[in-house]
Design a protein around this ligand. Structure first.
Ligand SMILES: [Zn+2]
Length: 120
């Protein structure tokens, strides 16, 4: 496990680029991220219109793409997502997002195709 480089608090500024630990969080957002960061990301995913600055970094874009994939992922990932969604009253937003982006558009590709994000 890497450690964070010096950068603004992820709870305020989101995942930073040029930080190995933030990169690890972006790759596996459901494994190591704390509740606050994860909740922020889920809210940005399902209520994108409320967060026009999303994504604030390439690592945030990657994390959001991976969360998006996790919706159809294994049971553990789905359970963690469902817990966050219910605990933070995001169910209505989630359902609307799911119908629009997952059921209609599918899970292929990036949620942020213009972010210049390149997967390693
Ligand atoms: Zn970091």
């Amino acid at each position: 496990m890497s450690s964070h480089s010096l950068h603004p608090d992820t709870h305020e500024a989101g995942l930073a680029d040029s930080c190995d630990r933030c990169r690890e969080h972006a790759e596996e957002p459901l494994l190591g991220l704390d509740e606050t960061n994860l909740t922020n990301l889920v809210a940005r995913l399902v209520r994108r219109e409320d967060y026009p600055d999303t994504p604030r970094s390439l690592n945030e874009a990657l994390a959001l793409d991976n969360l998006r994939q996790a919706v159809e992922g294994n049971d553990k990932a789905r359970y963690r997502l469902r817990t966050i969604i219910q605990d933070h009253k995001l169910l209505v937003d989630f359902d609307r997002w799911y119908k629009r982006e997952v059921r209609i558009l599918g899970l292929g590709g990036s949620a942020y195709p213009h972010s210049g994000l390149e997967r390693r």
